[in-house]
Design a protein around this ligand. Structure first.
Ligand SMILES: [Zn+2]
Ligand SMILES: [Zn+2]
Length: 261
């Protein structure tokens, strides 16, 4: 009798595992069909089974440079000496509380971010948001809402999407925090690339304005950008946000190491 029951149980277990295997195959099929990007490494496009834990494959992980060495407490820039605050943050009073950047802008991440912007690969935003989400972790409790660095209407027409807004929206989905479109870029600026530190700050001055006030009054916000180099853009945005909000925290996918004087 016992033996019979056992074999019956085994048969049931077999049936169950076959059934769950079948369900898994169906769900993978639909995932592939409906959300093809959700099962692919955001860097090489290889199929992965763990997108929601780590949106890239283990081979690509080896080529990523995580921003986890000794770094500035305020702007998250890697520091070579023992100081806790970098020279730039010591010299310039920041309008934000702190920056969070999980990765260094180089190698496969650099190519990925360039392609995200230039080739309209907006689906990559979900993976970038997941990387930021894991890096900030518990500190999300300090924020009441998420906002993003805006681009001008003309640039939006050219590019068809705002790269920072897309990441902010995905972060909103992961955290359940509201994403509020409260800044507007009112003036096109020269490309920051060719400018030095001082010129970058001057270049962005007066190029943003607040378009929402009551909704954000006295709240703490997380401002999202894609890459941070000198902090000039996010600092100017923070200055404008602080006309209403209490504290501004900043995040971006990558910290650019290039030294600018
Ligand atoms: Zn990969
Ligand atoms: Zn710093």
């Amino acid at each position: 009798m016992e033996i019979k029951n056992k074999s019956k149980n085994n048969k049931n277990n077999d049936k169950n595992s076959k059934f769950s295997c079948f369900l898994k195959k169906i769900s993978t099929f639909f995932e592939k069909y409906l959300f093809p990007e959700d099962i692919k490494c955001i860097f090489c496009g290889k199929d992965i089974s763990h997108f929601y834990e780590q949106p890239y494959c283990n081979s690509c992980k080896k080529f990523l440079h995580f921003n986890n060495s000794h770094r500035c407490k305020i702007c998250d820039e890697p520091i070579q000496n023992e100081a806790t605050i970098c020279d730039n943050c010591q010299r310039n009073k920041r309008n934000f509380q702190k920056i969070y950047c999980p990765l260094i802008y180089e190698g496969i991440l650099r190519s990925s971010l360039i392609s995200y912007k230039n080739d309209n690969k907006r689906y990559l935003a979900k993976g970038y948001a997941k990387i930021i989400y894991d890096y900030i972790g518990e500190n999300f409790k300090h924020f009441d809402f998420i906002t993003f660095v805006p681009i001008t209407k003309e640039r939006l027409k050219e590019r068809s999407f705002n790269q920072s807004k897309q990441i902010a929206l995905k972060l909103g989905e992961l955290t359940n925090l509201p994403v509020i479109d409260c800044l507007e870029k009112i003036k096109e600026t020269r490309p920051q690339k060719k400018l030095n530190y001082k010129e970058r700050s001057e270049n962005v001055k007066g190029s943003f304005r607040l378009i929402k006030k009551d909704e954000i009054k006295n709240k703490n916000c997380l401002l999202v950008d894609d890459i941070i180099t000198t902090c000039a853009t996010v600092d100017e945005c923070s200055k404008i946000l602080k006309q209403q909000v209490r504290n501004v925290y900043v995040t971006a996918v990558a910290r650019n190491k290039i030294k600018i004087n």
